[in-house]
Ligand binder design. Sequence first.
Ligand SMILES: NC(=O)c1ccc[n+]([C@@H]2O[C@H](COP(=O)([O-])OP(=O)(O)OC[C@H]3O[C@@H](n4cnc5c(N)ncnc54)[C@H](O)[C@@H]3O)[C@@H](O)[C@H]2O)c1
Length: 262
Amino acid sequence: MDSFALKGRVAVVTGAASGIGQAIAKTLLELGVIVGALDRNTDGIPDGCCTLLADVRDHDAVTHAVTQFAEKHGRIDILVNNAGVSFVGTIEQGSEQDWMRVLDINLLGQMRVMRAALPFLRQSDAASVISMSSCTATNGIPERALYSASKGAVHSMTLAMATDLLAENIRVNCISPATVDTPFMTELANRATDPVAKRRTFNERQPTGKMVDPAELGFAVAYLASPLSGSTTGTTLVLDGGMGTLRIPKYPGASENGKSST
Ligand SMILES: NC(=O)c1ccc[n+]([C@@H]2O[C@H](COP(=O)([O-])OP(=O)(O)OC[C@H]3O[C@@H](n4cnc5c(N)ncnc54)[C@H](O)[C@@H]3O)[C@@H](O)[C@H]2O)c1
């Protein structure tokens, strides 16, 4: 299973102890990649990864963990900047501390890991950086003012970094998923008065009628990480079940050619 030509490549995946990052780490391991899993938790890091214990808010811890791992392997080929937290609320909700905390993790955390990894990405013959954005960066989702702002910033930073690093042959892309079935969403559902109904809305907000499977993110990363996708830089790979582009009529039999669509 080396059709992505990733065997023996060296990757750092942040937030790899749970959900999307864990699924990405597992896929990369299956493809023969050497994976450094950076997380503030160690429970849940897949067997076979090298554990890099660090909180992305801690500059020194991030730099130390990334440098130690990269020096051992001589380079970093793939950086998956994925660690992140959610926040539900309108612009009026959340304290200034909440805003600082979420931006510190979701945005500044990516900056810290990227800065620590860059000297080692420069040692790769085919470096690829993949940042986790979200469909909330480009779609208005209720009560996501802070979270959307953090993910919109990741999207914009991806474009700027892709430009800055083009001449050094370091590709930078981001992934924009809609609702992915991870502990992140289970926690949000469990906060609702009716968690089962809330989970149903999470499924239904994708035109496909279901949440995105975390394993799909693993293959999306494999494509973007692969040296075979050398022309793909400065892009957003959207995994949103059609949320951003498809307009599905809400009532049955709504075909506009007069025929019933049911
Ligand atoms: N689940 C979704 O529907 C969804 C949709 C779009 C984007 N995303 C993004 O995908 C990423 C992963 O989400 P998930 O659903 O897998 O979440 P998750 O909560 O299941 O996993 C997040 C991981 O990040 C780690 N993490 C959080 N804060 C950290 C910190 N300060 N330092 C180091 N590690 C930290 C956690 O320990 C955890 O292992 C996030 O950036 C999230 O914003 C998720």
